[in-house]
Design a protein around this ligand. Sequence first.
Ligand code: CP3
Length: 346
Amino acid sequence: MSSTSPLDRSPYLLAARGERAPHTPVWFMRQAGRALPEYHKVREGITMLESCKRPDLVVEITLQPVRRYGVDAAIFFSDIVTPLQFAGYDIEIKPGVGPVAADPIRDAAGVAAVRPVTAADVPFTTEAIQQLVSDLGGTPLIGFAGAPFTLASYLVEGGPSKDFAKTKAMMHGQPDLWHALADRLAEVAIAFLSVQVEAGASAIQLFDSWAGGLSPRDYERFVLPHSAKVFEALKPYGVPRVHFGVNTGELLGLMSAAGADVVGVDWRVPLDEAVRRVGPKPLQGNLDPALLFAGWDAIEPEIDRILEEGKAAPGHIFNLGHGVPPNADPEVLARVAKYVQTRSAV
Ligand SMILES: Cc1c2[nH]c(c1CCC(=O)O)Cc1[nH]c(c(CCC(=O)O)c1C)Cc1[nH]c(c(CCC(=O)O)c1C)Cc1[nH]c(c(C)c1CCC(=O)O)C2
């Protein structure tokens, strides 16, 4: 092994590269934020957008779950729509709702209003990441962005959606417009991820949270080429590229084929079955977040099962099958992290 720095030997990066790790690394999607009282304290009276522009707050909020939970990776505090906001696009994050677009996209003029950030637009992002990388030492920082489909769903629907009806209508009814929008959003993700990696992020995760609403046929035709463009553009950096979505059991093979080095799996597909669908790649997952409320006697055997099934993959990063619920008990999350690390130690 040619690893030299403590970061290269971190369990998260070893597992993400399919190398043997001293224990199964663990972190939690959406680990920063809502479940932590210390988060609510520092965010008091400050909007999400403002907080994302303040390096001191981004650093503090990103570090909070690392201190609390002892997780093996930090994830940069931001949101999937912040790069759009930083580039001047009118989209708001409504607490308790999610991203809401002022002017949902219907035509070419709407697409033209979407613009990727440049490093010059986001000096605060570069500053925050450089500080974080220094503070985190041997703990890797994950950079992230929203994938074209999931971002497009907010821009076309105007806000959160259950059926993505307008987005699907655009795909099938105005395919040229759809592809122009998805291509722009691929550029948005590439630009923001590049800034994060150039500032020092050790890995990237592309969230296509809502892709599971699509059939494999539609995913392959309307989404895969655009997500593939993002992964391809990030390839020269050599950092592990993780891809995740919810309810993507039928899409796991295609999401892997889009160019992910690591595939995130929700709780619906056991990891040993996921390996068969994805091929021999490291996997991330997949404790059902609902289990966090079931009591330790129910959680422990679930973790044991997941660790066992994860052995079928060349690398396993333990995580929840989706984000930390806002009402999760931080004590339970800390116990999960500790248990995974201890139980899996070789
Ligand atoms: C779909 C999606 C979004 N945002 C994100 C996704 C993909 C992950 C997933 O599937 O959950 C990703 C995201 N959003 C946020 C992070 C922070 C880093 C981390 O995971 O710790 C990450 C990784 C902060 C946030 N993103 C948001 C908050 C809350 C905003 C606030 O506190 O004002 C935070 C801390 C807002 C947001 N933004 C979005 C939603 C659905 C919400 C929740 C709305 C709510 O219930 O309040 C869109």
